[in-house]
Design a protein around this ligand. Structure first.
Ligand SMILES: CC(C)(COP(=O)(O)OP(=O)(O)OC[C@H]1O[C@@H](n2cnc3c(N)ncnc32)[C@H](O)[C@@H]1OP(=O)(O)O)[C@@H](O)C(=O)NCCC(=O)NCCS
Length: 178
């Protein structure tokens, strides 16, 4: 997939250094359950992401966001399929935040999922405190459908409790705007 400024493609082994720049950064991963990762975990993640798209039935699409201008990989988007529904998640390099890159990339992945993958509904979750991620959801026409107070999860082996929001978007003609 391409947008004005971005190439969105499947993850590759050579993305390792760029992904480590943000994927191993504590501040970037502070609201995420499976990030930050160690360098070895990033390697495993890339390997599993690459294997996932070789399967006959793909249920995990791991995309990277590459800047057209420089070839630099500045973020990831995960799309996990579950029948006609999917969950989407994202992370990017903080040197590139607030330039509209993630919104541009997520819109493109949503359109791809609706047009080409037979997906009818896409969900996303985020911590209530994660204002930037909420903004991305809103700018991508996702609607807030639920708030879960004191949601319990395990983060790096430790139980954590936080308020979280669930957003979704349905596959209909009004949502296909670009
Ligand atoms: C969430 C994330 C991917 C956004 O990437 P990005 O490329 O900066 O996103 P965009 O530029 O498209 O949009 C960000 C929006 O959040 C807004 N924003 C960012 N920080 C904000 C803050 N503290 N308060 C209010 N708005 C904020 C920006 O102004 C922008 O909105 P605008 O276009 O209306 O001005 C990035 O911040 C990130 O990687 N965060 C860490 C990982 C993470 O939390 N992932 C999501 C887990 S659910």
């Amino acid at each position: 997939m391409t947008t004005d400024r971005l190439i969105i493609r499947y993850i590759e082994e050579t993305d390792y250094d760029d992904i480590c720049e943000y994927g191993c950064d504590e501040e970037t991963g502070q609201y995420m359950l499976h990030w930050p990762k160690t360098g070895d975990q990033v390697r495993d993640f890339i390997k599993c992401g690459m294997e996932a798209v070789q399967k006959d039935t793909i249920t995990w699409h791991e995309f990277v966001i590459e800047l057209k201008a420089s070839g630099k990989v500045i973020g990831n988007i995960s799309l996990m399929l579950n029948g006609p529904a999917a969950e989407i998640g994202w992370i990017s390099n903080r040197q590139y935040w607030n330039n509209g890159y993630m919104t541009e990339a997520v819109k493109s992945v949503i359109n791809h999922a609706f047009r080409n993958l037979g997906i009818q509904r896409i969900f996303a979750t985020c911590a209530l405190k994660n204002v930037a991620s909420r903004r991305v959801m809103e700018k991508c026409n996702m609607k807030r459908i639920r708030e879960e107070r004191s949601f319990k999860a395990v983060r790096h082996g430790v139980e954590v409790v936080f308020d979280r929001l669930i957003y979704s978007i349905e596959n209909n003609i009004n949502n296909m705007g670009g």
